[in-house]
Each structure stands twice: as C-alpha cells, then as structure tokens.
Unconditional design. Structure first.
Length: 219
C-alpha cells in the first residue's frame, strides 16, 4: 500500500518535470533542461563549423581579384550552407522532442537580445544559433496549442540559488559549481541551477498570465 503511494508520488513528480521545462542555453552544452538533461552540440555540427573556419582561412590568403579567390569564396559559401543545414537539422530535432514532452517551455531571451552587441565571432555564432532555436521552438509549440515563456533578459538565473533564492554578487563564467552561503547547499551545478530557476520563474509568469489550469494539470 505504502509502496504504491510512493510510486504514484514519484510518477506525479516526474510528470510535472516533463510537462513544464526550463532551458538554459549554453556554450559547452547547447541546452540544459531543468530535469537535468544536457544536450551538447552534435559532432556533425562541430565538424561542419571546423571545416568552414578552415575554408575561411584559405580564402583570406588568396590575392584579391584573383580567380583562386573567387573559387575559395564559392567554397566558403558552400560550407556556410552546410553548417546552416546541420544546425537547423539539429535544432529541429531537439525542439520537436521538447515540444512533444512538454506543455510549456521556458527560456531566457538574454542571448538573442544581446546578439547584435557581441563582437566575438564564436559567441556571435552561438547567439544566432540560440535565437534560431527559440524561433523553431516557438512555432512548434504554437502549432500544438502549447506555451513558450521568454524570460526577461535581466533575470539573474545563474547567480540565484534555486533552493533559497539567495542572489550572489558575482558569478564569473569560469565557476561551474558553487556553494550557497545562505542555505548551505553545496556543489550547485551552474547550468542546472540556471535551468531550474528559469523553470520556476516561468511557472510564476504562467500563473500571472492566468495559465494556472495548465499547471494544475501538470502537478
Ligand atoms: Zn541557497
């Protein structure tokens, strides 16, 4: 009897996690979900990106106005297309999975909003990639009458302890794990903590928007 209740509770909590998810979009992992699942950029995308960089270097060495430069430019354009296709394919699959598994998905808008300000190429590429991913996620959710919550870019998801809400002054990117001085939680995983905060903040926004029924269904 007790055992069956326990199983029911466990099923209910797993159910909740699956229905509303918070996602932290990162550099080392493309996406970290509040249920702990981390999705890396797949190898075929990385390979295509590496190839593109090589072709770009080759192009920069060619003499301006030469036939070889024109050829090299064409190769770069082809590589660009391959990278774009590989990335789009990956993003379509991941967004499809997330939409199938959830009623609502919560993301931060920080990365795409900062897109134009960033001058570093690697970061710029990542920003564009996150933005395109969120666009795919949004229309797929809409098609199924599901919800996307975009959090304000100033929300400090990385600096706030998901257990007690304590906000750290500083949280440099190099810190991957930290201890909360307020509630004593140790070994807080930077990315997972952010994803959990994103989910919780998104749930509050869904409630504020009168979507409580959606959440009742989820619990
Ligand atoms: Zn804490």
């Amino acid at each position: 009897m007790i055992r069956s209740i326990k199983i029911k509770l466990l099923t209910a909590s797993l159910h909740t996690v699956r229905k509303v998810t918070g996602i932290d979009l990162g550099l080392s992992n493309f996406a970290i979900e509040s249920n702990g699942r981390k999705t890396a950029n797949p190898r075929f995308v990385k390979r295509a990106e590496k190839n593109l960089k090589r072709k770009q270097r080759q192009l920069s060495r060619k003499t301006k106005g030469s036939a070889n430069r024109a050829k090299a430019r064409l190769l770069v354009a082809k590589c660009h297309e391959k990278v774009a296709n590989a990335r789009a394919d990956f993003q379509h699959k991941l967004s499809r999975t997330l939409v199938d598994e959830n009623q609502a998905v919560i993301v931060e808008t920080l990365k795409s909003a900062n897109m134009m300000k960033n001058r570093k190429l690697a970061k710029h590429i990542a920003d564009v990639s996150w933005h395109n991913f969120v666009v795919k996620l949004e229309y797929k959710l809409k098609e199924q009458g599901k919800h996307l919550v975009k959090l304000d870019q100033w929300y400090a998801s990385s600096k706030t302890c998901h257990c007690c809400g304590h906000k750290m002054e500083e949280m440099p990117l190099s810190v991957r794990k930290w201890d909360c001085p307020s509630c004593g939680t140790t070994d807080i995983d930077r990315d997972l903590n952010a994803a959990l905060n994103i989910r919780d903040k998104g749930i509050l926004e869904l409630k504020a928007a009168g979507q409580s029924s959606l959440l009742m269904e989820a619990v």
